[in-house]
Design a protein around this ligand. Sequence first.
Ligand code: FAS
Ligand code: PHB
Length: 389
Amino acid sequence: MRTKVAIIGAGPAGLLLGQLLHTYGIDNVILEKHTADYVLARIRAGLLEEGTVGLLDQIGAGQRAHHEGLVHDGIELAFGGSRHRIDMKAFTGKTVMIYGQTEVTLDLMNARRAAGLTTVYEAADVTPLDFDTDHPRVTYVKDGATHAIACDFIAGCDGFHGISRASVKPPAIETFERVYPFGWLGILSDTPPVSHELIYSNHARGFALCTMRSRSRSRYYVQCALDDQVEQWPDDRFWDELRRRLDQKAADSLITGPSIEKSIAPLRSFVAEPMRFGRMFLAGDAAHIVPPTGAKGLNLAASDAHYLASALREYYDEKSSAGIDHYSETALARVWKAVRFSWWMTSILHKFPENGTIGARIQLAELDYVTRSKAAMTSLAENYVGLPF
Ligand code: FAS
Ligand code: PHB
């Protein structure tokens, strides 16, 4: 088989890249190690920046998001027993959309199927080869047979634990990492959200986040110990802990119900540099990870896909390598700003016992300043709604 771009991974980065390339007339094939159902079953991000929604519109896959997504003008920060709203639309003119990653992935899969593009699911032992030559290729095993795809370029969109970044020999890659001393325990429930917008709560017992997937399906998170197991968190314990970490008004109006999904995610900040290795490019979680506090992970995957697709269009249409030569620098400039913002949001909202009581007071002072200063709220808002592509 031969294609112009071999994409490894059918998550948001790979699927969005595939559709953008298709709109530019650039042939591509996606190799995914799991089944489509497995990919769709992962409960992950829930918040889209306007730029991400714009990319869905660009590939003709934004209809359902506009119909079912919830547009939010602001968020609330809760601390010291009360809530403080930040009107992001007033400060930036922009909004965010609540629309689950599962729905985004389904829309992208449907668009790809409608375009008749090739996605090989359950592709085992996917291996990027010869990407430091002008003739890269990818091999994989399917139904017991080994297959090879000759291509012009490889896009490693295979997430943090994928094969693409792992295939780069160490001297060529530098990584930066911070692992946080806690995780997020997340629950999905078919209960109405406690508030019409998101509530990020700084509490002495730990961080909590009230978010949602629709007006009848809620998503909640509480900061938990790194070694916690989901089995230690029966629903009653989760709801009691969440209620304790909310302001009284939210605690009193919280509607609980059986969890339909419950999982613990570790938090880390991670960046691999560069994001290009000869004829192989990394995009999305394959190149960077942010703590979900700033709701940036999925949205960075989208901006990487945008930059890489634009660069490849320039290569094929204008016979110019300028775009692909600057892809890594361009993508990393936005990635690092999101890494900083996600770290900052995490640092002011979570419990860090190692920082002592003075650390907790400094957090409250920063939250008090942020929610009183127009300049500080504007800064938070323009990072949260998404910096320009
Ligand atoms: P993905 O990991 O989504 O997709 C990579 C794909 O590559 C997968 O389908 C995988 O099966 C495939 N793959 C891996 N190795 C392969 C191989 N060797 N061969 C072939 N295929 C391979 N972000 C937010 O913005 N907000 C959140 O609340 C949030 N919560 C999260 C919770 C969890 C538990 C996790 C893990 C992540 C969360 N994220 C969140 C971040 C998440 O949404 C990612 O940013 C997003 O999935 C990135 O998309 P991709 O880069 O496509 O990577
Ligand atoms: C979510 O809806 O899952 C979500 C929203 C905002 C975040 C993290 C997660 O910062």
